[in-house]
Design a protein around this ligand. Structure first.
Ligand SMILES: *[C@@H]1O[C@H](CO)[C@@H](O)[C@H](O)[C@H]1NC(C)=O
Ligand SMILES: *[C@@H]1O[C@H](CO)[C@@H](O)[C@H](O)[C@H]1NC(C)=O
Ligand SMILES: *[C@@H]1O[C@H](CO)[C@@H](O)[C@H](O)[C@H]1NC(C)=O
Ligand SMILES: *[C@@H]1O[C@H](CO)[C@@H](O)[C@H](O)[C@H]1NC(C)=O
Ligand SMILES: *[C@@H]1O[C@H](CO)[C@@H](O)[C@H](O)[C@H]1NC(C)=O
Ligand SMILES: *[C@@H]1O[C@H](CO)[C@@H](O)[C@H](O)[C@H]1NC(C)=O
Ligand SMILES: *[C@@H]1O[C@H](CO)[C@@H](O)[C@H](O)[C@H]1NC(C)=O
Length: 371
Protein backbone atom coordinates (compact mmCIF):
# COMPACT_ATOMS: atom_id res chain seq x y z
CA UNK A 1 0.00 0.00 0.00
CA UNK A 2 1.33 3.41 -0.93
CA UNK A 3 1.64 5.71 2.02
CA UNK A 4 0.70 9.33 1.77
CA UNK A 5 4.15 10.59 2.74
CA UNK A 6 5.60 8.68 -0.23
CA UNK A 7 3.14 10.38 -2.56
CA UNK A 8 4.09 13.68 -0.99
CA UNK A 9 7.82 13.08 -1.49
CA UNK A 10 7.29 12.02 -5.12
CA UNK A 11 5.17 15.07 -5.78
CA UNK A 12 7.90 17.34 -4.39
CA UNK A 13 10.52 15.79 -6.69
CA UNK A 14 8.23 16.15 -9.71
CA UNK A 15 7.63 19.82 -8.89
CA UNK A 16 11.36 20.56 -8.60
CA UNK A 17 12.06 18.77 -11.85
CA UNK A 18 9.40 20.49 -13.96
CA UNK A 19 9.81 24.09 -15.14
CA UNK A 20 6.10 24.18 -15.87
CA UNK A 21 5.15 23.39 -12.33
CA UNK A 22 7.80 25.72 -10.96
CA UNK A 23 6.15 28.47 -12.96
CA UNK A 24 2.85 27.49 -11.42
CA UNK A 25 4.43 28.18 -8.02
CA UNK A 26 5.33 31.69 -9.18
CA UNK A 27 2.43 33.11 -7.23
CA UNK A 28 1.45 36.73 -7.61
CA UNK A 29 -1.09 37.77 -5.01
CA UNK A 30 -3.76 40.38 -5.79
CA UNK A 31 -2.62 43.93 -5.05
CA UNK A 32 -4.04 44.76 -1.64
CA UNK A 33 -3.11 48.45 -1.74
CA UNK A 34 -5.78 51.10 -2.22
CA UNK A 35 -5.83 52.96 -5.51
CA UNK A 36 -4.79 56.11 -3.66
CA UNK A 37 -1.73 54.31 -2.28
CA UNK A 38 -0.77 53.22 -5.80
CA UNK A 39 -1.45 56.76 -7.04
CA UNK A 40 0.97 58.26 -4.51
CA UNK A 41 3.76 56.13 -6.03
CA UNK A 42 2.57 56.58 -9.61
CA UNK A 43 2.74 60.36 -9.25
CA UNK A 44 6.46 60.03 -8.70
CA UNK A 45 6.97 58.31 -12.07
CA UNK A 46 7.64 60.33 -15.17
CA UNK A 47 5.12 59.97 -17.95
CA UNK A 48 3.26 59.84 -20.11
CA UNK A 49 1.76 56.38 -19.69
CA UNK A 50 1.52 55.00 -23.23
CA UNK A 51 -1.71 53.05 -23.67
CA UNK A 52 -2.78 51.49 -26.95
CA UNK A 53 -6.43 50.65 -27.51
CA UNK A 54 -7.48 48.31 -30.27
CA UNK A 55 -10.61 49.41 -32.08
CA UNK A 56 -12.16 51.15 -35.02
CA UNK A 57 -13.06 54.38 -33.18
CA UNK A 58 -11.01 56.45 -30.75
CA UNK A 59 -14.29 57.58 -29.17
CA UNK A 60 -14.74 54.15 -27.57
CA UNK A 61 -11.86 54.77 -25.14
CA UNK A 62 -12.91 58.32 -24.26
CA UNK A 63 -15.07 57.48 -21.19
CA UNK A 64 -12.41 55.44 -19.35
CA UNK A 65 -9.71 57.98 -20.18
CA UNK A 66 -11.84 60.89 -18.94
CA UNK A 67 -12.82 59.06 -15.74
CA UNK A 68 -9.22 58.09 -14.98
CA UNK A 69 -7.80 61.55 -15.68
CA UNK A 70 -10.44 63.18 -13.51
CA UNK A 71 -9.56 60.96 -10.56
CA UNK A 72 -5.78 60.80 -11.12
CA UNK A 73 -4.80 64.03 -12.91
CA UNK A 74 -1.10 63.70 -12.12
CA UNK A 75 -0.71 60.51 -14.17
CA UNK A 76 -0.52 61.82 -17.72
CA UNK A 77 -1.89 59.47 -20.37
CA UNK A 78 -0.87 59.17 -24.00
CA UNK A 79 -3.62 57.02 -25.48
CA UNK A 80 -3.91 55.95 -29.10
CA UNK A 81 -6.44 53.80 -30.92
CA UNK A 82 -5.95 51.74 -34.04
CA UNK A 83 -7.08 48.35 -35.28
CA UNK A 84 -5.66 45.65 -32.98
CA UNK A 85 -4.22 43.78 -35.96
CA UNK A 86 -2.03 46.80 -36.73
CA UNK A 87 -0.99 47.88 -33.24
CA UNK A 88 0.15 44.41 -32.22
CA UNK A 89 2.66 44.46 -35.05
CA UNK A 90 3.77 47.96 -34.02
CA UNK A 91 4.28 46.65 -30.48
CA UNK A 92 6.31 43.69 -31.77
CA UNK A 93 8.44 45.91 -33.98
CA UNK A 94 9.17 48.34 -31.15
CA UNK A 95 10.26 45.33 -29.10
CA UNK A 96 12.50 43.90 -31.85
CA UNK A 97 14.17 47.29 -32.33
CA UNK A 98 14.76 47.73 -28.58
CA UNK A 99 12.35 50.60 -28.21
CA UNK A 100 9.36 49.01 -26.44
CA UNK A 101 7.62 52.28 -25.62
CA UNK A 102 4.09 50.88 -25.10
CA UNK A 103 3.21 50.43 -21.40
CA UNK A 104 -0.30 48.96 -21.73
CA UNK A 105 -2.12 47.28 -24.62
CA UNK A 106 -5.90 46.70 -24.56
CA UNK A 107 -6.62 44.67 -27.69
CA UNK A 108 -9.00 42.34 -29.51
CA UNK A 109 -6.16 40.09 -30.76
CA UNK A 110 -6.42 37.68 -27.83
CA UNK A 111 -3.91 35.35 -29.50
CA UNK A 112 -1.06 37.83 -28.90
CA UNK A 113 -1.19 37.72 -25.11
CA UNK A 114 -0.20 34.10 -24.42
CA UNK A 115 2.68 34.57 -26.88
CA UNK A 116 3.82 37.82 -25.23
CA UNK A 117 3.54 36.10 -21.84
CA UNK A 118 5.61 33.11 -23.00
CA UNK A 119 8.24 35.49 -24.37
CA UNK A 120 8.47 37.01 -20.88
CA UNK A 121 7.25 40.39 -22.11
CA UNK A 122 4.25 40.85 -19.81
CA UNK A 123 4.31 42.06 -16.23
CA UNK A 124 2.45 39.65 -13.98
CA UNK A 125 0.02 41.78 -12.05
CA UNK A 126 -3.22 41.05 -10.27
CA UNK A 127 -5.46 44.00 -9.45
CA UNK A 128 -7.35 43.71 -6.16
CA UNK A 129 -10.46 42.32 -7.92
CA UNK A 130 -8.52 39.63 -9.83
CA UNK A 131 -10.23 36.70 -8.11
CA UNK A 132 -13.64 38.05 -9.18
CA UNK A 133 -12.75 37.82 -12.89
CA UNK A 134 -14.08 34.70 -14.58
CA UNK A 135 -11.31 32.07 -14.68
CA UNK A 136 -11.98 31.00 -18.26
CA UNK A 137 -10.68 34.21 -19.87
CA UNK A 138 -7.78 35.42 -17.70
CA UNK A 139 -4.19 34.31 -17.25
CA UNK A 140 -4.06 32.51 -13.88
CA UNK A 141 -0.79 34.25 -13.01
CA UNK A 142 -1.99 37.74 -13.94
CA UNK A 143 0.04 38.19 -17.16
CA UNK A 144 -3.15 39.47 -18.82
CA UNK A 145 -6.70 40.20 -17.75
CA UNK A 146 -9.95 40.86 -19.63
CA UNK A 147 -11.44 44.29 -19.00
CA UNK A 148 -14.55 44.59 -21.21
CA UNK A 149 -17.01 42.20 -22.78
CA UNK A 150 -17.87 42.92 -26.41
CA UNK A 151 -19.97 41.12 -28.98
CA UNK A 152 -20.66 40.83 -32.68
CA UNK A 153 -23.84 39.30 -33.96
CA UNK A 154 -26.80 40.88 -32.14
CA UNK A 155 -29.09 42.85 -34.45
CA UNK A 156 -28.86 46.62 -34.12
CA UNK A 157 -31.69 48.37 -35.90
CA UNK A 158 -33.36 51.74 -36.24
CA UNK A 159 -36.56 51.19 -34.30
CA UNK A 160 -38.33 54.01 -36.17
CA UNK A 161 -37.90 52.07 -39.44
CA UNK A 162 -37.97 48.39 -38.45
CA UNK A 163 -41.27 47.25 -36.96
CA UNK A 164 -41.17 44.66 -34.13
CA UNK A 165 -42.45 41.81 -36.34
CA UNK A 166 -39.67 42.49 -38.87
CA UNK A 167 -36.82 42.19 -36.34
CA UNK A 168 -34.80 39.12 -37.38
CA UNK A 169 -34.59 36.20 -35.00
CA UNK A 170 -31.92 34.36 -36.90
CA UNK A 171 -29.30 35.02 -39.58
CA UNK A 172 -31.51 33.11 -42.02
CA UNK A 173 -34.15 35.84 -41.60
CA UNK A 174 -31.92 38.53 -43.09
CA UNK A 175 -32.02 36.74 -46.45
CA UNK A 176 -35.67 37.79 -46.77
CA UNK A 177 -36.09 40.10 -49.82
CA UNK A 178 -37.40 42.73 -47.35
CA UNK A 179 -33.79 43.35 -46.21
CA UNK A 180 -32.40 44.04 -49.67
CA UNK A 181 -30.65 47.41 -49.59
CA UNK A 182 -31.18 47.77 -45.83
CA UNK A 183 -28.11 46.05 -44.37
CA UNK A 184 -24.79 47.59 -43.31
CA UNK A 185 -22.04 45.11 -42.40
CA UNK A 186 -18.36 45.25 -41.51
CA UNK A 187 -15.98 43.43 -43.88
CA UNK A 188 -15.39 40.09 -42.10
CA UNK A 189 -11.99 39.83 -43.80
CA UNK A 190 -10.93 43.08 -42.09
CA UNK A 191 -11.76 42.11 -38.50
CA UNK A 192 -11.16 38.69 -36.96
CA UNK A 193 -14.04 39.23 -34.51
CA UNK A 194 -16.53 39.70 -37.33
CA UNK A 195 -14.82 36.82 -39.16
CA UNK A 196 -15.45 34.60 -36.12
CA UNK A 197 -19.14 35.49 -36.32
CA UNK A 198 -19.29 34.68 -40.04
CA UNK A 199 -17.54 31.36 -39.40
CA UNK A 200 -20.29 30.50 -36.89
CA UNK A 201 -23.09 31.50 -39.25
CA UNK A 202 -21.63 29.79 -42.33
CA UNK A 203 -20.87 26.66 -40.30
CA UNK A 204 -24.58 26.51 -39.50
CA UNK A 205 -26.13 27.54 -42.84
CA UNK A 206 -23.40 26.74 -45.35
CA UNK A 207 -21.77 28.98 -47.95
CA UNK A 208 -25.15 29.20 -49.68
CA UNK A 209 -26.09 31.64 -46.91
CA UNK A 210 -23.12 33.85 -47.73
CA UNK A 211 -23.83 33.68 -51.47
CA UNK A 212 -27.45 34.70 -50.80
CA UNK A 213 -26.24 37.55 -48.55
CA UNK A 214 -24.15 38.82 -51.45
CA UNK A 215 -27.41 39.28 -53.38
CA UNK A 216 -28.88 41.52 -50.66
CA UNK A 217 -27.15 44.75 -51.79
CA UNK A 218 -25.26 44.99 -48.50
CA UNK A 219 -23.27 48.14 -47.75
CA UNK A 220 -19.90 46.78 -46.62
CA UNK A 221 -17.87 49.12 -44.39
CA UNK A 222 -14.48 49.03 -42.67
CA UNK A 223 -14.70 48.83 -38.89
CA UNK A 224 -17.53 47.96 -36.54
CA UNK A 225 -18.13 51.57 -35.52
CA UNK A 226 -18.84 52.49 -39.16
CA UNK A 227 -21.67 49.93 -39.23
CA UNK A 228 -23.58 51.64 -36.42
CA UNK A 229 -22.57 55.16 -37.50
CA UNK A 230 -23.95 54.54 -41.00
CA UNK A 231 -27.34 53.60 -39.54
CA UNK A 232 -27.28 56.61 -37.20
CA UNK A 233 -26.43 58.94 -40.10
CA UNK A 234 -29.15 57.31 -42.21
CA UNK A 235 -31.77 58.04 -39.56
CA UNK A 236 -32.69 61.49 -40.88
CA UNK A 237 -31.34 61.18 -44.39
CA UNK A 238 -33.55 62.52 -47.17
CA UNK A 239 -31.76 60.31 -49.70
CA UNK A 240 -33.93 57.19 -49.99
CA UNK A 241 -30.98 54.87 -50.73
CA UNK A 242 -29.12 55.99 -47.61
CA UNK A 243 -32.22 56.19 -45.47
CA UNK A 244 -33.06 52.51 -46.10
CA UNK A 245 -29.91 51.39 -44.20
CA UNK A 246 -31.47 50.32 -40.94
CA UNK A 247 -29.97 47.01 -39.73
CA UNK A 248 -26.55 45.63 -38.86
CA UNK A 249 -25.25 42.67 -36.89
CA UNK A 250 -21.61 43.79 -36.79
CA UNK A 251 -22.02 46.97 -34.73
CA UNK A 252 -19.41 48.18 -32.27
CA UNK A 253 -19.52 45.68 -29.51
CA UNK A 254 -21.66 47.10 -26.65
CA UNK A 255 -24.88 45.65 -25.31
CA UNK A 256 -26.94 48.81 -24.82
CA UNK A 257 -26.83 51.32 -27.68
CA UNK A 258 -26.44 54.91 -26.51
CA UNK A 259 -28.67 56.17 -29.31
CA UNK A 260 -32.38 56.19 -28.44
CA UNK A 261 -33.62 55.06 -31.87
CA UNK A 262 -31.24 52.08 -31.97
CA UNK A 263 -32.42 48.82 -30.43
CA UNK A 264 -30.37 45.66 -29.97
CA UNK A 265 -31.83 42.13 -30.20
CA UNK A 266 -29.85 38.96 -29.57
CA UNK A 267 -30.43 35.93 -31.76
CA UNK A 268 -31.69 33.04 -29.64
CA UNK A 269 -30.19 29.56 -29.25
CA UNK A 270 -29.49 27.42 -31.15
CA UNK A 271 -28.35 30.47 -33.20
CA UNK A 272 -24.91 31.59 -31.95
CA UNK A 273 -23.32 35.04 -31.90
CA UNK A 274 -19.77 35.78 -30.80
CA UNK A 275 -18.58 37.59 -27.66
CA UNK A 276 -15.22 38.06 -26.05
CA UNK A 277 -13.25 39.72 -23.29
CA UNK A 278 -10.97 42.51 -24.55
CA UNK A 279 -7.58 41.83 -22.95
CA UNK A 280 -5.26 44.16 -21.03
CA UNK A 281 -1.56 43.48 -20.64
CA UNK A 282 1.14 45.58 -19.00
CA UNK A 283 4.53 45.24 -20.68
CA UNK A 284 7.37 44.25 -18.36
CA UNK A 285 9.52 46.87 -20.08
CA UNK A 286 7.43 49.72 -18.66
CA UNK A 287 9.44 52.38 -16.83
CA UNK A 288 6.12 53.37 -15.20
CA UNK A 289 4.95 50.20 -13.41
CA UNK A 290 2.95 51.93 -10.69
CA UNK A 291 1.11 54.14 -13.21
CA UNK A 292 0.35 51.08 -15.29
CA UNK A 293 -0.87 49.15 -12.23
CA UNK A 294 -3.03 52.10 -11.25
CA UNK A 295 -4.67 52.17 -14.67
CA UNK A 296 -5.30 48.41 -14.66
CA UNK A 297 -6.66 48.60 -11.11
CA UNK A 298 -8.94 51.48 -12.03
CA UNK A 299 -10.37 49.71 -15.10
CA UNK A 300 -11.03 46.62 -12.99
CA UNK A 301 -12.24 48.51 -9.91
CA UNK A 302 -15.70 47.67 -8.62
CA UNK A 303 -16.65 51.27 -9.27
CA UNK A 304 -15.78 51.25 -12.98
CA UNK A 305 -16.97 47.70 -13.63
CA UNK A 306 -20.30 48.46 -11.93
CA UNK A 307 -20.84 51.33 -14.34
CA UNK A 308 -20.29 48.87 -17.21
CA UNK A 309 -22.45 46.19 -15.60
CA UNK A 310 -25.39 48.61 -15.61
CA UNK A 311 -25.32 48.38 -19.43
CA UNK A 312 -24.41 44.73 -20.01
CA UNK A 313 -22.34 41.73 -18.94
CA UNK A 314 -18.85 42.30 -17.56
CA UNK A 315 -15.76 40.21 -16.85
CA UNK A 316 -16.45 39.92 -13.12
CA UNK A 317 -18.61 36.99 -11.99
CA UNK A 318 -19.75 38.80 -8.82
CA UNK A 319 -21.11 41.79 -10.77
CA UNK A 320 -22.76 39.61 -13.42
CA UNK A 321 -24.56 37.87 -10.61
CA UNK A 322 -25.52 41.13 -8.94
CA UNK A 323 -26.81 42.68 -12.19
CA UNK A 324 -28.45 39.47 -13.45
CA UNK A 325 -26.23 38.91 -16.51
CA UNK A 326 -25.84 35.26 -17.45
CA UNK A 327 -23.26 35.71 -20.22
CA UNK A 328 -20.88 32.95 -19.16
CA UNK A 329 -23.74 30.48 -18.83
CA UNK A 330 -25.55 31.66 -21.99
CA UNK A 331 -26.54 29.11 -24.65
CA UNK A 332 -26.44 31.59 -27.58
CA UNK A 333 -22.79 32.70 -27.20
CA UNK A 334 -19.54 31.11 -25.98
CA UNK A 335 -17.10 33.65 -24.55
CA UNK A 336 -14.17 31.23 -24.80
CA UNK A 337 -14.97 30.21 -28.40
CA UNK A 338 -13.29 33.33 -29.76
CA UNK A 339 -10.05 32.53 -27.88
CA UNK A 340 -10.00 29.07 -29.48
CA UNK A 341 -10.74 30.48 -32.95
CA UNK A 342 -8.08 33.20 -32.70
CA UNK A 343 -5.44 30.76 -31.48
CA UNK A 344 -5.63 28.73 -34.71
CA UNK A 345 -4.12 31.11 -37.24
CA UNK A 346 -4.28 28.64 -40.15
CA UNK A 347 -8.02 28.33 -39.62
CA UNK A 348 -8.44 32.12 -39.34
CA UNK A 349 -6.55 32.55 -42.61
CA UNK A 350 -8.70 29.89 -44.29
CA UNK A 351 -11.92 31.68 -43.31
CA UNK A 352 -10.57 35.09 -44.26
CA UNK A 353 -9.69 33.88 -47.75
CA UNK A 354 -13.06 32.16 -48.13
CA UNK A 355 -14.72 35.53 -47.51
CA UNK A 356 -12.25 37.56 -49.55
CA UNK A 357 -12.59 35.35 -52.60
CA UNK A 358 -16.25 36.32 -52.78
CA UNK A 359 -16.22 39.81 -51.31
CA UNK A 360 -12.85 41.17 -52.42
CA UNK A 361 -10.39 43.22 -50.39
CA UNK A 362 -11.78 45.64 -47.79
CA UNK A 363 -12.20 49.05 -49.41
CA UNK A 364 -11.54 52.40 -47.75
CA UNK A 365 -9.10 54.00 -45.31
CA UNK A 366 -8.09 52.54 -41.94
CA UNK A 367 -11.11 53.48 -39.77
CA UNK A 368 -9.62 55.20 -36.69
CA UNK A 369 -6.61 56.84 -38.33
CA UNK A 370 -7.93 57.58 -41.81
CA UNK A 371 -4.60 56.65 -43.37
C1 LIG B 1 -0.68 42.79 1.41
O1 LIG B 1 0.08 41.91 0.57
C2 LIG B 1 1.41 41.80 0.97
C3 LIG B 1 2.14 41.00 -0.12
O2 LIG B 1 1.44 39.88 -0.49
C4 LIG B 1 1.47 41.13 2.35
O3 LIG B 1 2.82 41.04 2.76
C5 LIG B 1 0.68 41.98 3.34
O4 LIG B 1 0.58 41.32 4.58
C6 LIG B 1 -0.73 42.25 2.84
N1 LIG B 1 -1.39 43.22 3.69
C7 LIG B 1 -2.64 43.10 4.09
C8 LIG B 1 -3.17 44.21 4.94
O5 LIG B 1 -3.32 42.14 3.78
C1 LIG C 1 10.54 59.52 -6.26
O1 LIG C 1 11.48 59.43 -7.34
C2 LIG C 1 12.78 59.85 -6.99
C3 LIG C 1 13.64 59.77 -8.24
O2 LIG C 1 12.89 59.80 -9.42
C4 LIG C 1 13.32 58.95 -5.90
O3 LIG C 1 14.60 59.44 -5.50
C5 LIG C 1 12.39 58.95 -4.70
O4 LIG C 1 12.82 58.01 -3.75
C6 LIG C 1 10.97 58.59 -5.15
N1 LIG C 1 10.05 58.72 -4.02
C7 LIG C 1 9.19 57.76 -3.73
C8 LIG C 1 8.26 58.06 -2.59
O5 LIG C 1 9.12 56.70 -4.35
C1 LIG D 1 2.43 58.77 -27.65
O1 LIG D 1 1.97 57.66 -28.40
C2 LIG D 1 2.33 57.70 -29.76
C3 LIG D 1 1.63 56.55 -30.48
O2 LIG D 1 1.74 55.35 -29.80
C4 LIG D 1 3.85 57.60 -29.87
O3 LIG D 1 4.24 57.64 -31.23
C5 LIG D 1 4.47 58.76 -29.11
O4 LIG D 1 5.87 58.62 -29.11
C6 LIG D 1 3.97 58.79 -27.67
N1 LIG D 1 4.46 60.00 -27.01
C7 LIG D 1 5.30 59.96 -25.98
C8 LIG D 1 5.68 61.29 -25.43
O5 LIG D 1 5.71 58.92 -25.50
C1 LIG E 1 -17.02 31.34 -15.63
O1 LIG E 1 -17.26 31.04 -17.00
C2 LIG E 1 -17.59 29.68 -17.24
C3 LIG E 1 -17.74 29.47 -18.74
O2 LIG E 1 -16.77 30.11 -19.48
C4 LIG E 1 -18.89 29.35 -16.53
O3 LIG E 1 -19.21 28.00 -16.72
C5 LIG E 1 -18.75 29.65 -15.04
O4 LIG E 1 -20.01 29.49 -14.40
C6 LIG E 1 -18.26 31.06 -14.77
N1 LIG E 1 -17.91 31.17 -13.36
C7 LIG E 1 -18.68 31.82 -12.48
C8 LIG E 1 -18.18 31.78 -11.08
O5 LIG E 1 -19.66 32.46 -12.79
C1 LIG F 1 -32.84 63.93 -36.64
O1 LIG F 1 -33.71 65.04 -36.74
C2 LIG F 1 -34.29 65.41 -35.50
C3 LIG F 1 -35.34 66.50 -35.78
O2 LIG F 1 -34.83 67.43 -36.65
C4 LIG F 1 -33.17 65.90 -34.59
O3 LIG F 1 -33.69 66.27 -33.32
C5 LIG F 1 -32.17 64.78 -34.40
O4 LIG F 1 -31.06 65.22 -33.64
C6 LIG F 1 -31.67 64.22 -35.71
N1 LIG F 1 -30.93 63.01 -35.45
C7 LIG F 1 -29.80 62.68 -36.05
C8 LIG F 1 -29.17 61.40 -35.63
O5 LIG F 1 -29.30 63.38 -36.90
C1 LIG G 1 -28.25 58.80 -52.61
O1 LIG G 1 -27.19 58.07 -51.95
C2 LIG G 1 -26.55 57.13 -52.79
C3 LIG G 1 -25.61 56.29 -51.92
O2 LIG G 1 -24.97 57.06 -50.92
C4 LIG G 1 -25.86 57.85 -53.91
O3 LIG G 1 -25.21 56.92 -54.74
C5 LIG G 1 -26.89 58.64 -54.72
O4 LIG G 1 -26.26 59.41 -55.68
C6 LIG G 1 -27.70 59.56 -53.80
N1 LIG G 1 -28.81 60.13 -54.56
C7 LIG G 1 -29.02 61.43 -54.63
C8 LIG G 1 -30.21 61.86 -55.43
O5 LIG G 1 -28.29 62.25 -54.09
C1 LIG H 1 -31.43 28.95 -23.98
O1 LIG H 1 -31.53 29.65 -22.75
C2 LIG H 1 -32.73 30.37 -22.61
C3 LIG H 1 -32.60 31.26 -21.35
O2 LIG H 1 -32.00 30.60 -20.31
C4 LIG H 1 -33.88 29.39 -22.54
O3 LIG H 1 -35.11 30.09 -22.39
C5 LIG H 1 -33.92 28.59 -23.84
O4 LIG H 1 -34.89 27.61 -23.78
C6 LIG H 1 -32.56 27.94 -24.13
N1 LIG H 1 -32.59 27.42 -25.48
C7 LIG H 1 -32.04 26.28 -25.83
C8 LIG H 1 -32.18 25.89 -27.28
O5 LIG H 1 -31.43 25.57 -25.06
Amino acid sequence: MTTYWRLGATAAIVILGSPCLIQALDVVTPDNRTLDEIYSLAKNESGPLNIIFGGSSAAAAAPILAAFSKQYPDVVLNATTDLSKYVDTVIDRSYITNNPYVDIAILQTVNDYPRWRDEGRLLKYKPATFDEINNSIKDPNGAYVPVNIYQFGPFYYDNTKVTPERVPKSYADILDPYWKGKLVLTYPNDDDGVLTLFSLIISRYGFAWFDALMEQDVLWVRGASAASTTIINAHNSTNTTDSARSLTFTALGGFTPSTSFLTVAQPQAPEQFMSWGQLLGIFASTPRPESAKLFASFVLSNEWQSSLAAAGPVVMDSLNQQFGHALFEANNTQVTGYITFMGDRARVEWWRMQIETTLGLPQGPDPPTGR
